[in-house]
Design a protein around this ligand. Structure first.
Ligand SMILES: Nc1ncnc2c1ncn2[C@@H]1O[C@H](COP(=O)(O)OP(=O)(O)OP(=O)(O)O)[C@@H](O)[C@H]1O
Ligand SMILES: [Mg+2]
Length: 332
């Protein structure tokens, strides 16, 4: 498999709630007290063609921020993001356009992301026309075909978003993403707002579409059962950093990082479908003022003196698994 996406030491820092591009636009008013939030910190991993990666972690750990940088909605503060081997800053205008087309994002609330005044044909097909993938005269047939693929009838072409249920709107959002023939789809909690029975349908739809179109996807979710079911690999995030990444089978079977273990502990394996992870004791520290050493040490039952001082980095263990735990690598 070839890597589509490579992230190296990627970070995002919001200063007064603005990302880098927004700050540059705002430079005129630069004379203020700064608050810095390190939302994503030193994240490195690759996504191969056709691969499904699950991204899991408590609220506020930086999952959406990472997803937005991967989809090009936000500019990284530091590190490297490369698409098809070309780093963001080295891309030609054409390579950048290709990256923006080839990575699409699907959001939690399909309603908020569908223009209420547009008909389905336009919502799904407009961008494909603008980017020259199809001619305007082909739009109707192109969209009708996509609608069938996501399980909607082509007679919905001339309807408006408010005429659909949540599950149907999510299918429209999926059709819109597919219309640009993406190679990677970032699904940010794409199923969490749907009824449980509909969630399973949408997950199955994703699986079918992936088999047909061969795209990769980053599946951000609180639903461990869904992640275990569909992800090839799973990445666990804590306070902006990856703490564990490995094959989904291995991580769920034998979680190694104390944080992953705490998330999965006691969640009965067979009941994991639609099951969120455990609530862990102790508060999530603020990314405004992260603890020294390992950010998880104040909540970790195994924490030793060294964990309060040294910063663990993601290291490969005995197998293809990477963990960021000083104790794990100390004891080998
Ligand atoms: N525009 C912004 N300005 C300032 N801080 C931000 C901004 N966007 C996100 N943050 C902060 O960055 C951190 C990561 O947020 P993010 O939304 O990426 O987390 P998440 O893992 O997606 O959470 P959730 O599971 O609740 O969706 C949080 O502390 C959040 O408050
Ligand atoms: Mg989020």
């Amino acid at each position: 498999m070839t890597d589509l996406l490579s992230l190296r030491a990627l970070s995002q820092t919001y200063v007064n709630g603005l990302d880098l591009a927004e700050r540059i636009a705002n430079l005129a008013g630069a004379n203020y007290e700064e608050t810095q939030v390190r939302a994503v910190n030193d994240v490195s991993f690759d996504i191969a063609e056709g691969e499904v990666i699950g991204l899991v972690g408590e609220s506020g750990c930086g999952k959406s921020t990472l997803g937005r940088m991967i989809a090009g909605v936000e500019t990284p503060y530091g590190g490297t993001l490369a698409w098809r081997g070309v780093a963001l800053e080295d891309m030609t205008a054409e390579q950048r356009r290709q990256w923006e087309l080839e990575v699409q994002m699907i959001f939690q609330d399909p309603f908020a992301s569908l223009n209420p005044r547009m008909r389905v044909e336009q919502i799904v097909g407009e961008a494909a026309v603008i980017h020259g993938l199809i001619k305007k005269s082909e739009r109707r047939d192109y969209v009708a075909d996509l609608l069938t693929k996501v399980g909607l009838n082509e007679d919905v072409l001339s309807r408006y978003p408010h005429q659909f249920s949540g599950g149907q709107r999510q299918r429209i959002g999926i059709a819109r993403a597919l219309a640009l023939r993406p190679k990677l789809i970032v699904c940010d909690e794409a199923i969490s707002a749907l009824d449980v029975s509909i969630q399973a349908q949408v997950i199955n739809l994703f699986e079918d579409l992936r088999a047909e179109f061969g795209f990769a996807y980053l599946f951000i979710s609180h639903d461990l059962g869904a992640v275990e079911h569909i992800a090839d690999r799973v990445a666990i995030m804590y306070l902006g950093r990856l703490v564990e990444i490995g094959s989904s089978d291995e991580v769920f079977e034998n979680p190694r990082h104390p944080y992953t273990r705490a998330l999965l502990d006691e969640v009965p394996r067979l009941d994991r479908r639609q099951q969120e992870f455990n609530a862990i004791d102790g508060e999530i520290p603020s990314p405004l003022n992260p603890p020294p050493g390992c950010a998880f040490h104040p909540r970790c039952s195994l924490a030793a003196e060294i964990c309060k001082q040294d910063l663990p980095t993601l290291q490969q263990g005995r197998d293809a698994r990477f963990t960021a735990c000083l104790l794990e690598h100390q004891t080998g």
